[in-house]
Design a protein around this ligand. Sequence first.
Ligand SMILES: C[S@@+](CC[C@H](N)C(=O)[O-])C[C@H]1O[C@@H](n2cnc3c(N)ncnc32)[C@H](O)[C@@H]1O
Length: 238
Amino acid sequence: MEKVIERKGNNLYPSNLKVKFGNYDLDLDVPAGVWNPTPHGIHLGNMLAKIDFTGKHVLELGTGCGLHAIVIAEQGAAKLTLTEIDEPILKNARHNLKKYGCDLPVAYIVADWTNLEGEKYDVLVTNPPFTKSGKIYRRYFIDTLILNAHKLLKPGGELIFIHSSMANIPRSIKMMEENGMEVEIIGETSGPFRKYYFEDAKYMKDIASIPNGYTMIDGKHYERLMVFRATLKTNENC
Ligand SMILES: C[S@@+](CC[C@H](N)C(=O)[O-])C[C@H]1O[C@@H](n2cnc3c(N)ncnc32)[C@H](O)[C@@H]1O
């Protein structure tokens, strides 16, 4: 497997991921430079394993090692389009899909987040960067995802993504509704903070001002994680 270029930041160390989503036992290679799936990605994978994607063309933004793409393929998708910020990450996703034996048509595209032209999809799935978004405006990827969903989805298409309480759940729900979407929460869980949250003092300060951003239990911080399934009622603002 090709070595993925080193990029700065935590959570990009080499690992092997053994994970079970519903009936799927995955054993994936995650080289240095590819995002190591966190509880966010795991929770999203568990929810995807319950969804019927039969016949759908599914777009996944920021596929990383491809863990969700495999589940979506196995759940019946007709076609996948997977994006990432650079080619070596996509090569790793391709390696993992091949390892798992996915044989549907897959387009691998280097693209900057929602900056994709032309095609409209039945479903858009993603685990958007937030804690480590690298942007001054931390919600950048979430907001652009919601604002640009109408450019990427067919009318009646679905946006499925994982969201932490720290990113401001009421704000995202309101934004989706303002942009013509009907919002459902299909899975909620909670978990302790990751070690790297505490290493970023500005992050800890920012999230302290988010209403119900986290809870403290026995002196420990916990975030809530939920998967949104939002249906685009119309894309008339295209
Ligand atoms: C939170 S990680 C999720 C990765 C994988 N889907 C998972 O759940 O483990 C976000 C992913 O988005 C990718 N990403 C970051 N900035 C991006 C951009 N501007 N355009 C496309 N993808 C980007 C990262 O490389 C990373 O793989």
